[in-house]
Design a protein. Structure first.
Length: 416
């Protein structure tokens, strides 16, 4: 992957950068929570609203549908208006979605709420990466993005045992009203604290770009072969993890091992710990092993494939085995930040926002398809049958292995 020439950033304190980044990170953490919470909400929704496995997949997938739908517009908005305005406006829509979800009385209401939440959260991660691209040196971008992902996974952490305890104590609707208050705080802090560029640096926003120029820039990114190959692994690597952690891991642990909500939350917490440490580890390795990004990506995706295959065949033999495999998948398979670093290096500076959101579009389109597909597979078997989950893990493992091979052979003649 060839690194493009990047503008140098002006000197600034790490404290200033962290203060600027904090509101975006709060929004990103909320986004991670919303996309992961369905694993713990699955049982209450099945009990209260008689939601079927197929419908549960559609509810969870609706977040990713709304999220993916906005990636092209968000990419243009980030390059033209910057992270502060883009994320602040979009999180206001997330607030609307949370309120819709909390008041839903049917599957369609839940789907609508999730879709609007996904739409509203669609700019958070990309805004954080744009700030990292503008506030840090190019060679530190992978490490910085890994730390950003690790911090955001506190939202996933909160959607495990803490969410299970809160839902048991107050009910899932009350929890979402509380989340609406946090979303309001994120919007206020965004417009108050976020700054798109370091002090004294030239603002790279392209306010003069016409719609036609913006679309030509998008087409230019889509024609980039490296970006397409990164999209291949992006559509399976992180989506496979979130298909388990964000939705079907909860029902799997409940149905196969007869665990209660808090016990399920504890095991999903273990997987989340792996997901927290994985991205910064790969970011640091990428920085130290310059030129080895391709190998790191393939390694992580193949490990994810192996963990899913093992989960399909030996996971149901014991809850301890299943927990270890989930931990290893979360830790060794969490290489998504390498995909974003690769896309940043593949395009000119003024197209970074569109390149990042293209990878994100592939990621969340993959999530929508994988989570929905898993629901269709499970729905073909009797309720609670381990065989449905076996086939889901086999399906995920095959997809990951295929994506790794396509990326490896597609890039083998390319110099990184």
């Amino acid at each position: 992957m060839t690194e493009q020439t990047r503008p140098t950033t002006t000197s600034h304190g790490i404290g200033t950068f962290l203060m600027v980044l904090f509101p975006i990170m709060l929004a990103f953490s909320l986004s991670q929570f919303f996309r992961s919470a369905q694993a713990l909400l699955a049982e209450p929704l099945r009990t209260e609203l008689a939601v079927s496995p197929e419908q549960l997949g559609l509810i969870a997938g609706s977040f990713h549908f709304g999220f993916a739908l906005m990636q092209i517009p968000v990419g243009v908005m980030l390059d033209r208006y910057g992270p502060r305005k883009t994320n602040g406006v979009m999180m206001a829509f997330a607030l609307l979605g949370v309120i819709i979800f909390a008041n839903a009385q049917s599957v369609y209401g839940l789907m609508a709420g999730q879709a609007v939440i996904g739409l509203g959260c669609s700019a958070a991660f990309m805004s954080a990466l744009m700030l990292a691209a503008r506030w840090t040196a190019p060679e530190k971008f992978a490490a910085a993005s890994g730390l950003i992902v690790a911090f955001s996974l506190l939202g996933v952490l909160a959607s495990a045992t803490p969410l299970a305890a809160l839902v048991e104590a107050y009910g899932w609707r009350a929890v979402y009203y509380g989340l609406a208050g946090l979303t309001v705080l994120a919007v206020i802090l965004d417009f108050t604290l976020v700054r798109d560029t370091p002090p004294g640096a030239k603002d790279t926003e392209r306010k003069g770009e016409t719609v036609a120029e913006a679309l030509r820039g998008m087409v230019s990114v889509w024609k980039n072969r490296q970006v397409w190959l990164l999209c291949t692994v992006a559509a399976f690597s992180y989506p496979a993890i979130l298909t388990v952690r964000g939705l079907w891991g909860g029902p799997y642990l409940h149905d196969v091992f007869a665990l209660g909500p808090v016990e399920v939350g504890n095991i999903l917490l273990i997987m989340t710990v792996g997901m927290i440490f994985g991205p910064p580890t790969y970011g640091q390795l990428s920085r130290k092993l310059h030129g080895k990004t391709r190998g790191l990506i393939v390694f992580a995706v193949m490990v994810g494939s192996l963990m899913c295959i093992l989960q399909a065949f030996i996971g149901p033999t014991g809850v301890g085995v299943a927990a270890v495999l989930l931990l290893l998948h979360g830790f060794l398979g969490s290489s998504a930040t390498l995909n974003y670093a690769g896309s940043r290096a593949a395009v000119p500076e003024h197209q970074v926002g569109r390149a990042l959101t293209t990878i994100n579009l592939a990621t969340f389109a993959g999530l929508f398809l994988l989570q929905g597909g898993a629901g269709l597979i499970i729905g073909q078997f009797p309720e609670g049958s381990p065989d449905g989950y076996r086939w889901v893990f086999a399906f995920l493992g095959f997809g990951l292995g295929t994506a790794a091979m396509v990326f490896w052979f597609g890039t083998r003649a390319k110099k990184e």
